[in-house]
Structure formats: structure tokens, C-alpha cells
Design a protein around this ligand. Structure first.
Ligand SMILES: C[S@@+](CC[C@H](N)C(=O)[O-])C[C@H]1O[C@@H](n2cnc3c(N)ncnc32)[C@H](O)[C@@H]1O
Length: 301
């Protein structure tokens, strides 16, 4: 299976064995309408795949990764790592940086990471080099997260890890996939995405109203958007389009009333498949590891 090269917050990689068996096997166009790290769309059987997200940075990065030779991309990334003196544990081992694996590389990388972040934030040209810098930043950032402040500056601190063999493998497998399949990346608010009646299958993995992630911050996702999405899916369904919606009904003492009311109002049209997610997604930074999230997949077929 292909895993996102971004270790994306809220990524569905670990849930794929439970989600994929519920997808139909006659999909013409698969629309991963909140694609994030692309974990889902990359692993489905379909004639062609559309990856959509309203995050311009990730969609531009994916286009750069698709449209440039893999060797050039890897070389450019290695050059940035070298130029900024960021750690390269694959090559030199942890001892070289006076860090033990558990403690991570943050202390060593901090000044170099901050320099790269400054240069990235100051850069005017949004060329492919800019997106390679962005990718390296995410790889070396705190929990590989993506967050920009109101001035449009990337503002996460350094993280514990680097461009290790696992990250490199994820990146090369992802590039191989997007360069060898019919894929399209679009950068739209979901409400503006036009569906093709009868040919599309839509997979929706929106930000969860009751959990935290950087894309929920600053009104990134709110009750109005939640209601708009449910209406969008109702409309798609009326037009004969099949959908699957990922979400959580309850998590850490909160419940999504809007979603639960919608399900109750549509018991004869939609089906709720309960997923087992154990401790919830470790990418959501929960302090209480014992509280389970009620993860579900809601389908109209
Ligand atoms: C839970 S994540 C998707 C994770 C993805 N399924 C994966 O496995 O990597 C939700 C995504 O929705 C995107 N998003 C938020 N609001 C949106 C909107 N109005 N239209 C389109 N995408 C949006 C966020 O940028 C984020 O990438």
C-alpha cells in the first residue's frame, strides 16, 4: 500500500484495511475530495483519481512531485538538506549528531531548520525549489505538521526526525504512483467541486468538527461547513452519485450532534459502518490515550 510522504495529520493510512473493503469495485472516477496526504485515493481501484484539497501548498507540492523527474526531486531535496546542514541519520547515524534515537534530532537541527524556515518564508519565487524547501521543512518539523500564521509564514518548530529511509521510501513510492496513474490534483473548496453524475464515486474525509488539527484552527472547519458538506452529499446522492464519508460520532466526551441528527434523519438512505480505531488516531495529539474515538464510515449504497 502507498503511504503519504507527508505523514499527514488525520491521515487514514492505518484505517485503510477497514475502509477499502467497503468501496465498490466498479469506480470510474474516484474523487478524494478532502485528499490531505492522499492516503486513500492512492490505494483505490478506479479508472482515474481526482485529489482535491483547499490547501494550496500541498496541492502545488503534489503537482511538482508529479511533473518533475523523480531523480531530480530526490537530488534537490538532498541538496537542500546538505546546504542547510540538516541531519542525515541514514548516512551518519544518530551518534554523529550527539543524539540518541529516542531523544530525536531537534537540538542538533534547530538552528539549521530555523534558517531554512526563514529563507522559505522570505522567498518570493514560487518555483519548484520553493516546494522542495516546503517538503524538507515538513519532514523536519514538529510532528511533520503543516501550519501557516496569518501572514502566510510557515510557523512550526523543529521536530525529532529527519529524511530517514522510511520517509525516502514513502516519497519515492508516492512519486512512482502519481507518475504512473491517471491522477489529477485540484485545489477547490469542496462546495465548488462539480461532480459528474453517475460516473463519480466521492470519498469525503473532512476535518472532524469535534477533534483538533491544524486545518481546523481559525475557523478552518465549523458547523456551517459541516452542514454544507452533509447537504452536498445529500445532493450528490439525489443525483445518483455514490459516496463514503469518514467521520467520528463521539470522541473524548464530545459528540457530533449535527452528524448524528443527519444519520437519524436518513436511516433508510444511508448506512453507518463502525470502524475499530482503538486509541484513535495518534496524529491527533491526545493526552488521554484511553478515550476511544467512534470512527465511522457512512455510505449511501
Ligand atoms: C482529515 S484531512 C484528510 C486526510 C486524508 N484523507 C489522508 O488520509 O491523508 C482533511 C483535509 O480537508 C482539507 N479541507 C479543509 N477544509 C476544506 C474545504 N472547505 N474544501 C476542501 N478541503 C478542505 C484540509 O486541508 C485537510 O487536508
Amino acid at each position: 500500500m502507498i503511504e503519504s510522504p507527508l505523514n499527514y495529520t488525520g491521515g487514514k493510512y492505518r484505517l485503510l484495511p477497514q475502509i477499502l473493503p467497503h468501496f465498490p469495485n466498479d469506480i470510474n472516477r474516484f474523487v478524494d475530495i478532502f485528499c490531505g496526504g492522499c492516503n486513500v485515493g492512492c490505494n483505490v481501484e478506479a479508472d482515474n483519481i481526482v485529489f482535491n484539497d483547499n490547501n494550496t501548498m500541498i496541492i502545488s507540492l503534489f503537482n511538482v512531485l508529479r511533473d518533475n523527474p523523480k531523480d531530480e526531486t530526490l537530488l534537490a531535496i538532498e541538496r537542500i538538506i546538505k546546504k542547510y546542514k540538516l541531519s542525515n541519520v541514514n548516512k551518519n547515524g544518530y551518534e554523529f549528531y550527539s543524539c540518541k534515537s529516542g531523544e530525536g534530532l531537534a537540538d542538533y537541527n534547530r538552528p539549521y531548520f530555523n534558517q531554512l524556515r526563514d529563507d522559505f518564508n522570505k522567498r518570493k519565487r514560487k518555483d519548484r525549489y520553493y516546494y522542495y524547501m516546503f517538503y524538507v521543512l515538513v519532514v523536519y518539523a514538529f510532528n511533520n505538521q503543516i501550519r501557516f500564521n496569518s501572514k502566510g509564514e510557515y510557523n512550526l518548530p523543529v521536530g525529532k526526525r529527519d529524511f530517514n529511509n522510511q520517509m525516502r521510501r514513502k516519497l519515492t513510492e508516492f512519486i512512482d504512483y502519481i507518475q504512473n496513474h491517471e491522477v489529477l490534483f485540484t485545489n477547490l473548496d469542496f462546495r465548488r467541486f462539480e461532480l459528474n453524475e453517475n460516473t463519480d464515486f466521492i470519498y469525503a474525509d473532512p476535518p472532524y468538527l469535534i477533534t483538533c488539527a491544524s486545518y481546523n484552527e481559525n475557523d478552518g472547519w465549523n458547523e456551517t461547513m459541516e452542514r454544507d458538506l452533509l447537504e452536498y452529499l445529500d445532493q450528490a446522492s439525489d443525483n445518483g452519485i455514490r459516496f463514503a464519508l469518514s467521520n467520528v460520532l463521539r470522541s473524548k466526551g464530545k459528540e457530533n450532534r449535527i452528524l448524528i441528527d443527519w444519520i437519524n434523519a436518513n436511516v433508510h438512505r444511508y448506512r453507518v459502518i463502525e470502524l475499530d480505531y482503538g486509541y484513535g488516531n495518534s496524529n491527533y495529539h491526545t493526552k488521554d490515550k484511553t478515550s476511544k474515538s467512534e470512527e465511522v464510515l457512512i455510505v449511501n449504497y
